[in-house]
Design a binder for this molecule. Structure first.
Ligand SMILES: [Zn+2]
Length: 341
């Protein structure tokens, strides 16, 4: 356990270990059973201070007891403890009002509790892929009852881009239920942070949804611990929301441009079709079977109009796929016969 009370004052084991003078006093206090568990509901609150060579400094109950703080301390995974401490140090060094291991909802210890400049309280909880849905649901309700915002950070080394429907519960919940539909992931070394969010907009043209490799559905950024801050009362990488909104504007512009291009192609195709119907006796269609001078019996499997030309995809009798311009084929008399319209 990291914290203990001595003479009404709260001490942390890590801080004590840094000063040999203080450590000596605490050891004496420990021997005289003056160190107390900070949990108000602890049934057996006398603690001892330990600082061995292998293990770092910590407090432990003298007697086994059903203490919430003790239970929290035994259950916390080493990686979560480490990342929690790193986050705490980072926030503290930057002047945030942050407290580690706070009991602000019943029978539970919050990893970090921050009080923002507007007095708003935000609990930071660290979870992993194995953090189950019941726990998340239970804690969310308790925090809501206490009027405290809660923000989950996922501790994971998997930083690859994800799809919302393929991700595990803790990430999925954040994506769907946070104000900005975003997720924060921190690696197990506690150094790198990834933030991502899902663009909820649909990009539709002529009843068809469009996607682009340049602007995927998920927007993401990488950052470091020191870039973690609060904006709009939300825990975020510094400037993330602003950059995300700028990205959305660019994405919309790119999509509008694409729509214009598609409309232009449609207009071109229409003009050409009108022209073609009057000037050309044979109108190509998907499924049409032709006898080609070079390829033999071939089937048209696709039509595309580009710059007033009709590009056709032909599957030949050998199974080869060839691309040809229909008008050129007509000009050069390459079509010997129409076998099936
Ligand atoms: Zn206790």
């Amino acid at each position: 356990m990291e914290k203990a009370i001595w003479n009404g004052k709260l001490y942390t084991a890590t801080e004590i270990a840094k000063s040999s003078e203080l450590e000596k006093s605490i050891r004496i206090a420990s021997a005289q059973t003056e160190l107390l568990c900070p949990d108000d509901e602890c049934p057996s609150p006398i603690l001892r201070y330990c600082h061995g060579e292998k293990k770092g400094a910590y407090f432990a109950h003298r007697n086994n007891c059903a203490c919430d703080y003790d239970r929290y301390d035994k259950e916390i995974r080493p990686v979560i403890r480490k990342v929690k401490n790193m986050l705490y140090e980072s926030f503290k060094a930057r002047g945030f009002d942050v407290q580690p291991e706070v009991k602000c909802i019943p029978h539970h210890y919050t990893h970090l509790l921050l009080t923002l400049s507007n007095e708003k309280k935000v609990a930071i909880e660290l979870g992993t892929h194995s953090t189950d849905a019941c726990k998340l649901e239970h804690l969310s309700k308790r925090y809501a009852e206490a009027g405290i915002d809660v923000r989950w950070i996922v501790v994971s080394n998997s930083h690859s881009a994800i799809k919302e429907e393929h991700t595990y519960h803790i990430k999925r919940r954040s994506l769907n239920e946070t104000k900005h539909r975003d997720v924060l992931i921190i690696d197990e070394a506690g150094t790198k942070i990834m933030q991502y969010t899902i663009d909820p907009n649909q990009y539709e043209f002529r009843n068809e949804l469009h996607s682009s490799p340049n602007y995927p559905e998920i927007y993401s950024e990488n950052g470091s611990l020191s870039e973690l801050t609060f904006e709009e009362d939300e825990l975020t990488l510094d400037g993330f929301y602003k950059r995300y909104r700028e990205w959305l504007v660019k994405k919309r512009k790119a999509f509008d441009k694409k729509c214009e291009k598609l409309k232009e192609e449609e207009r071109g195709a229409q003009t050409f079709q009108t022209h073609f119907i009057y000037s050309c006796p044979i109108w190509p269609q998907v499924g049409m079977k032709i006898l080609h001078t070079q390829y033999g019996e071939s089937v048209i499997t696709k039509l595309e109009y580009r710059s007033n030309r009709t590009i056709i995809t032909l599957v030949t009798s050998n199974g080869d796929v060839v691309f040809r311009v229909w008008e050129t084929m007509l000009e050069r008399n390459e079509i010997k016969d129409i076998l099936k319209k």
